[in-house]
Design a protein. Structure first.
Lengths: 171, 171
DNA sequence: TCAAATTACTTTACGCCTAAACTATATCCT
DNA sequence: AGGATATAGTTTAGGCGTAAAGTAATTTGA
């Protein structure tokens, strides 16, 4: 918290400079938010209309798709960056609907292994294909040769934020 | 929906090309989502811890800050890109807490004008300053001279998606 | 003029999300 | 061994988000 306020540059226009920097960073944040919510809203709508599904449910299946032997439940909150409590009812419903199974581990009865069913995998693959096509359609107008550059910049943003958070955590 | 599937390029490797394009677009989407949720989570945490406030409430005040004469309630869903029903309880609570006022219009009794109170404005300004500083802190490691380029790219993404949505709407 | 359509907003039902408290199991340590 | 601590997961309370149905005021138009 103290960082931004208490390490002013040598310039004499500290306040103005800080204001300008704030505005630039805020602008970036607003653009990020606008792009994400625009795309997210449309993906949400299509998942609902075409598959009667939600994105969080899809995200869980996506994590399981590459783990044929299943996944420890505790891995999901980390990978999906959501809270553990949030996942309980989502996983519950995926089990009810027959897309995944949930089995207690024999070695540690606190731990549960979740695993995609054959039916779940089939459904997921179908949705994943649509998901890719929807994104390609929505982003079609953005020149393909700029995609990698943008992804790289976003990776750098992500790294910068992560570092800032870690730094803060150690304090 | 048909677009991505039924307008293949002249190349002979249609399926593979499409898959590769899907992956590139999906990668961009995942990065966008990661950056946004990383920053959003941290901003949410700080709003709660330092001001016992939430981002949606802050967003409403931000819209009102530049409208000294108040705003028609119906403008908010458009500007904030959220549903009208969602705003009702948020506005209710901001009124209860004394940050804004809500007055029925004399000309059209369906319409309500909302307006920030003096107290609301004071609180908002304080929070807005922190908000800017938080973002500057989180993004500090990202080189400033790349900010504008990234913002420009995101503007192009936004425009591309908007066009794709309009295009779809007319269909 | 007055019934039909439109507009502004609210309500309802339901899912996602968090933080914080809780349960059950496992591990650590004396 | 057996109490303190840690870990895996669930539950609870409460805010945000949507879609769809409902209410009240206004406008349209035959």
């Amino acid at each position: 918290m103290a960082l931004a306020k208490e390490s002013p540059p040598a310039s004499s226009k500290n306040a103005a400079d800080a204001e300008a920097a704030y505005r630039a960073h805020t602008r970036l944040w607003l653009r990020l938010l606008a792009c994400t919510s625009l795309i997210e809203g449309e993906l949400r709508r299509r998942f609902r209309e075409e598959y009667d599904f939600t994105m969080p449910r899809f995200d869980v299946l996506a994590q399981l798709d590459r783990e044929p032997s299943g996944l420890v439940l505790g891995e999901l909150p980390k990978r999906l960056m959501v809270s553990a409590g949030n996942l309980t009812p989502i996983v519950d419903r995926l089990v009810e609907d027959g897309y995944i199974t949930r089995t207690p581990s024999n070695l540690d009865r606190r731990v549960q292994i979740i695993c995609m069913t054959v039916e779940g995998r089939k459904t997921f693959r179908r949705m994943a294909k649509s998901h890719g096509a929807w994104l390609a359609e929505l982003l079609a107008e953005f020149p393909e040769n700029r995609l990698d550059g943008l992804v790289g910049a976003l990776d750098d943003v992500k790294g910068a934020v992560r570092n800032a958070l870690q730094h803060r955590e150690r304090t």
